[in-house]
Design a protein around this ligand. Sequence first.
Ligand SMILES: Nc1ncnc2c1ncn2[C@@H]1O[C@H](COP(=O)(O)OP(=O)(O)O)[C@@H](O)[C@H]1O
Ligand SMILES: [Mg+2]
Length: 255
Amino acid sequence: MNAPVLDVRGLAYAYPDGHQALFGVDLHVHRGERVALLGPNGAGKTTLVLHLNGILSADSGGHGAGAVSVSGLPVEKANLAEIRRRVGVVFQDPDDQLFMGTVRADVAFGPANLGIRGAELDRRVMHALDQVGMAEFVDRPPHHLSFGQRRRVAVATVLAMEPEILVLDEPSSNLDPASRRELADILRSLDVTLLMVTHDLPYALELCPRSVVLSGGAVVADGSTYDVLADEPLMRAHRLELPFGFDPRNVTPRP
Ligand SMILES: Nc1ncnc2c1ncn2[C@@H]1O[C@H](COP(=O)(O)OP(=O)(O)O)[C@@H](O)[C@H]1O
Ligand SMILES: [Mg+2]
């Protein structure tokens, strides 16, 4: 079998203040998989995500152990530029990702940093915006867009890097039902390996055949999303609650 796109081994991490957030996490994601990362507040999900492109690491001030690699390339200082090309992280708050005067400038920022210019840069920008249905907003200032539109542009800023894996932290949070639905359609249409942190269990079931549950900084379950959501003792033990009236057994998967 090919090397996994994402290979996390024995990852442990304590923040500089001494608070330990991860206790030996193992996670392997193969090309083309769509995996949901579930878990209660404070489980360490965001801490894990921030290790995937080297924002956090044992040498960034905290204390850690273990290793992360992306398609065989270790996440470490010497490789960070290449790692950040391979791993596209969409943060929880789109306003952490959008800081230029126009949508075009924000989406062009990453590929321009890679040295891409001219027609190829335009192609990257327009293709990424097409993928999220935001091409017509290319010359608008991001801060004039709705929250849901800003989240889509944030996804485009990452897609413009043509990453090997797209990592999203709580992509459906703060979206109204229509925006949530539109983003699900977009994410389903992308031909990319996906790791999605979410509290939105129906979203996980709809988009991700596989789910990993992180709780107390460790992986406590890894299996089909259906099996995870249907495991009532597991769900209760890790404070995962299905919305009222939602029964995974009544959901027919979309093609
Ligand atoms: N900058 C930080 N310094 C110290 N502790 C932190 C920091 N950020 C998060 N933590 C702690 O680490 C644990 C995991 O947090 P986080 O990864 O944000 O969890 P999740 O995303 O699953 O809600 C929590 O107990 C949180 O309080
Ligand atoms: Mg979080």
